[in-house]
Each structure stands twice: as structure tokens, then as C-alpha cells.
Design a protein around this ligand. Structure first.
Ligand code: PBG
Length: 340
């Protein structure tokens, strides 16, 4: 006997949510979250040299760029409407020391890169990274002594480092180190040096995450496996199990003068983005980190995911959770998709 499956029935439903999903026009009209190029920040890696465009093996489509190539890249990003770039230096091993002193060299690779970008495209915002790991021969964000990361000594260097970056033209300095008290110290140092208009984007809730692996490949900045050097960053970056603690970091950063706050990574921490957004009266950024990029990219390159659909969904979800700004290695690609 054959079952009739399309018998005409009418449920007496008052609410039918599907009415608002019926056509693209209606879905577009009632959409709650809109991803825009205005929110996107492109992280970029800079290296010494000329004409260098070195692909990062664990980040297909991302490159270590020499300053001339960097300038070419930022012109394109600016033309696409991207408002800001976040720069990270990949330094030669010979310049790395336990105290990371190259971070204070006003003629080093990083200040030269900042100057070149600001000269080429003055309207493009330059967000600089304040942390010692690109300069540390131990591969840590702070100074290592007797197997420990020194907090206060590190903060003193970070504050001076922020001033060097401001002198080079940084619009926004972004401490990514997670030392206690660094936002206040950086604010004070910037103000004393006359940079009252340089903003601070604090990495407020930065977790000790496995998703930073490809970034550490790009900068060759992973903690060194050596006696006396902590093998990971768990004594300063946050425990992935903690969400309430993010609100404590938020309170401190706001008290110390952070202009914007950031949660990092993004997708595995949407609840943290949401909580921070509810509790904060400053813009909230989220860092869609290297490992998140690598996962999507690897799946897309294998034909396992539709790259455009998956990336737009991921970034929309980060927005929906509460991010006003997203740092993502997909920034350029998304800006192109959003144009069409
Ligand atoms: C270090 C820093 C890291 C990232 C940005 N700044 C890595 C780390 O803390 O080890 C990660 C960014 C990414 O994974 O894309 N100060």
C-alpha cells in the first residue's frame, strides 16, 4: 500500500517564522547582522629585503612581505576600502636577544615599515603590535629570567616600544603580551611623549591558544625548547576554560585607559566576545587568528568546504556575537567578495 505524503493540511499556527525567510529580498530586509568592509583589519607580516613575497607554509595565501611589497599590498587593501592594517615583523634570528632590545631600535625593520605605509597611504590606519616575541631569542612576549616571565620589567620595555612605534607613525598601538598593568604604563608613556592622540587597542582577553601555531611559523616566534625557558605562554595568556576572568581583564584595561578591547581567538570564544560586548562601553575587536584561517583554508583547498560561504558565515558569526571590528587574514578576500 502506498503512503500519500503530500495530503493537503493546514496547521493552525499563528506564528510562522518561515514567512520572513521566503525570498532573498525579505531575508535581506530583516537581516540582523551585516558584515562590512568597514570592520575589517588585515594583519600583515613584514620582512627585511626587496621584492620578497614569501608564502607562510601553514597559511596558504599569506606572505611575509618586504617593505616595498608591503606598500604595494596596503595600497590594494586601501583601494578595497579596508580601513586598517595590523603589522607584525618577522625578524632575522641574529637580531633576537633575551631582552628583545631590537624592539626599541627607531631604525629597525618595524619602524621603517610603519613609516613606509603611512607615507604611501596616510589615511590607512596602522595598528602596531606591542609585545616582545618577535624580538625575543626565547620566543616569549616578555623577558625570561630563571624560568619565569618578568612582568614589571617587561612592561617598562613595552611602554618605550609603544613610543617608538608612535614616533614612526602608528595610529593605534595594540599590546598583545598580556602583562599586568601594561595598558596604563603605555598610556602614560605615550602621553608623556606627546602622543595623546595615539589610541590603545588592548588584547584584553587573549587566551593561551593552540590556534596561534601558524602565526608563530610566520614569525618563527614560538617559545624555544631550552632549559630555563617556559615551553608555553600559560603564565600570562588566559586559560581557555575561563570566561568570567575576561571581565576582570576588561575592567582593568578600561580603568587603565584602553580605547578598544579585543578577544582572541574569535570563533572558539564567541561567548567571551558576547560577554565582553555586554560589559564594555568601548568598541570590541575580535582576532580571527592564524589557526582559524589555516583550518578554513586547508579544508577549502581540499574541496571539503565552500570557502566563500564558510568564511562569510564564520565572520558573520563573530559580528553577531558582538565584535565591532575583526582582524582576519581573510580581510582582502572578503573585501573583494563584498564588492560584488
Ligand atoms: C604574540 C602574538 C601572537 C599572535 C598575535 N600576537 C601569538 C602568540 O601569542 O603566541 C597570534 C595571531 C595569530 O595567531 O594570528 N604577541
Amino acid at each position: 500500500m502506498e503512503m500519500q505524503t503530500t495530503r493537503s493540511v493546514t496547521l493552525s499556527l499563528i506564528e510562522r517564522p518561515r514567512r520572513l525567510r521566503r525570498t532573498e529580498a525579505i531575508r535581506r530586509m530583516v537581516r540582523e547582522t551585516r558584515l562590512s568592509v568597514d570592520q575589517l583589519v588585515a594583519p600583515l607580516f613584514v620582512v627585511e629585503g626587496h621584492g620578497v613575497r614569501q608564502e607562510v607554509p601553514s597559511m596558504p595565501g599569506q606572505y611575509r612581505l618586504s617593505i616595498d611589497e608591503l606598500v604595494r599590498e596596503v595600497r590594494e587593501l586601501h583601494a578595497l576600502g579596508i580601513p586598517a592594517v595590523a603589522l607584525f615583523p618577522a625578524l632575522d634570528e641574529s637580531l633576537k636577544t633575551p631582552d628583545g632590545r631590537e624592539a626599541l631600535n627607531p631604525d629597525g625593520l618595524y619602524p621603517r615599515a610603519i613609516r613606509a605605509v603611512k607615507e604611501a597611504v596616510p589615511e590607512l590606519l596602522v595598528i602596531t603590535d606591542v609585545a616582545l616575541d618577535p624580538y625575543s631569542s626565547d620566543g616569549h612576549d616578555g623577558i625570561v629570567r630563571d624560568g619565569r616571565i618578568l612582568n614589571d620589567e617587561t612592561v617598562e620595555i613595552l611602554a618605550r616600544m609603544a613610543v617608538v612605534q608612535a614616533q614612526a607613525g602608528a595610529d593605534i598601538v595594540a599590546p598583545s603580551d598580556m602583562m599586568d598593568g601594561r595598558v596604563g604604563a603605555i598610556r602614560q608613556a605615550l602621553d608623556e611623549a606627546g602622543f595623546t592622540e595615539v589610541a590603545i587597542l588592548s588584547y584584553t582577553a587573549k587566551y593561551a591558544s593552540a590556534f596561534y601555531g601558524p602565526f608563530r611559523d610566520a614569525l618563527d616566534s614560538a617559545p624555544r625548547h631550552r632549559p630555563g625557558v617556559p615551553p608555553d605562554k600559560t603564565t600570562y595568556q588566559m586559560d581557555p576554560a575561563n570566561a568570567r576572568e575576561a571581565l576582570r581583564e576588561l575592567r582593568l584595561d578600561l580603568e587603565e585607559g584602553a580605547d578598544m578591547v579585543m578577544v582572541k581567538p574569535a570563533l572558539p570564544y564567541l561567548d567571551v566576545i558576547y560577554r565582553v560586548k555586554q560589559a564594555s562601553d568601548v568598541p570590541v575587536a575580535a582576532y580571527h587568528v592564524s589557526g582559524e584561517y589555516a583550518m578554513l583554508k586547508a579544508a577549502a583547498l581540499n574541496g571539503w568546504l565552500d570557502e566563500k560561504a564558510a568564511v562569510l558565515e564564520a565572520l558573520t558569526a563573530i559580528c553577531r556575537a558582538g565584535a565591532d571590528v575583526i582582524l582576519t587574514y581573510f580581510a582582502k578576500q572578503v573585501a573583494q567578495w563584498l564588492q560584488k
